[in-house]
Design a protein around this ligand. Structure first.
Ligand code: CP3
Length: 341
């Protein structure tokens, strides 16, 4: 299939595609027995990310099983801090740990990240050869604020307090960290695009904890700088933004960044998104991930409502956040059937 005919790329150019293309955040993951098997074989989570053959395999697993319209590169947003020289490890059952930073003096330059990240570009290259011709390949990175919250706290935090504290106590140092992430992310995503990523997505998972002027300066501006730099190098590559929890500030986010598509979380009202966002860019989302757990009886009603609300404009079907390890793969099959019906 010609790249221009791929459903996801059509939507990202502003076309309405019926039925809408579908993929799921975290579609490669622990709810799939085949993922758990490959993960066990790899050893650690980071080994899985850096082993090109295994990262390729887990990216392809959900495509083989379900036939999604897009594949998302298997990697993690915390590989960039690691490439910038920060120590990173994953505690089993607890999530990521990093040696916290309070400034950039211990970090490498943005042009030095490729040494660590080269295997990721290799995985992208392999995938662009092995994916079915109708499947779109999505590359990604974390947005600067979200990445900074982990770099500064050294772990995931419910309220991102350590990062907020540094922003308040030493804004210059805080912004040096943000700037380094912006520069590193441009390098990282640019290489993913050269290797074959057809779309890139910026995950700002903790955007919701930034209010007022902080949202403008720490969420919108850094995302906007990345979009601008990528556009100048790769004008044809569409970009998806995901300011999770941003609520009505999503309008300013979409307008200022100039992204091609905004991913919305499950807390957002779909009618509101249709009326306020879909005229600015395409919309992706926002089925509640908890519907994928259990019997799946409520799926039909919710899928119908989302498609009736957002399906008359540029729309990509997805969840409002990642699918969880306790989800039932049978519900994913059922979901795809309902969306494509
Ligand atoms: O399928 C995909 O979506 C592609 C791969 C992907 C992963 N992480 C794999 C992963 C993507 C796009 C991410 C993004 C990511 N990573 C985000 C932003 C999106 C979001 O969910 O808000 C964040 C905040 C991270 C950081 C991260 N990675 C955390 C906090 C954790 C631990 C929590 C958890 O879910 O276990 C991870 C680990 C991780 N990243 C796993 C996967 C499949 C699970 C690790 C395992 O297999 O043990």
């Amino acid at each position: 299939m010609e790249a221009t005919d791929k459903k996801l790329l059509k939507v990202l150019r502003g076309e309405t595609v019926t039925p809408p293309p579908i993929w799921l955040m975290r579609q490669a993951g622990r709810y799939l027995p085949e993922y758990k098997e490959t993960r066990a074989h790899a050893g650690g989570f980071l080994d899985l990310c850096y082993r090109q053959d295994l990262a390729e395999e887990v990216t392809l697993q959900p495509i083989r099983r379900f036939g999604f319209d897009a594949a998302i590169l298997f990697a993690d947003i915390l590989l960039l801090p690691q490439a910038l020289g920060q120590k990173l490890w994953f505690e089993t059952g607890e999530g990521p740990r990093l040696e916290p930073v309070t400034d950039t003096n211990t970090l490498k330059g943005a042009d030095e990240v490729h040494e660590v990240l080269n295997p990721i570009y290799e995985t992208v290259k392999r995938l662009s050869g092995s994916l079915p011709s109708e499947t779109t390949l999505i590359g990604f990175a974390g947005a600067p604020w979200t990445v900074a919250t982990y770099m500064i706290a050294g772990r995931g935090t419910p309220d991102q307090k350590p990062a907020h504290d540094l922003l308040a106590s030493n804004p210059a140092a805080f912004h040096r960290i943000i700037d380094r992430i912006v520069e590193g992310t441009v390098e990282y995503l640019s290489k993913q695009i050269v290797a074959g990523a057809e779309v890139v997505k910026l995950f700002d998972s903790w955007a919701g904890s930034l209010k007022g002027a902080d949202f403008d300066k720490v969420c919108i501006e850094p995302n906007q700088r990345i979009v601008e730099a990528l556009r100048s190098r790769h004008p044809d590559t569409p970009i998806i933004g995901f300011p999770r929890g941003a609520g009505d500030r999503s309008v300013d986010f979409a307008k200022a960044t100039g992204i091609n598509c905004i991913a919305i979380d499950q807390s957002m009202n779909a009618e509101w998104a249709r009326d306020n966002l879909q005229s600015i860019c395409a919309v992706q989302g926002n089925l509640d991930p908890t519907l994928m757990v259990g019997t799946g009886d409520a799926l039909e009603k919710h899928v119908e409502k989302l498609i009736n609300t957002l399906g008359d404009g540029p729309y990509i079907f997805n969840l409002g956040h990642g699918i969880t390890p306790d989800a039932d793969p049978n519900n994913v099959s059922k979901l795809i059937e309902l969306v494509r019906k």
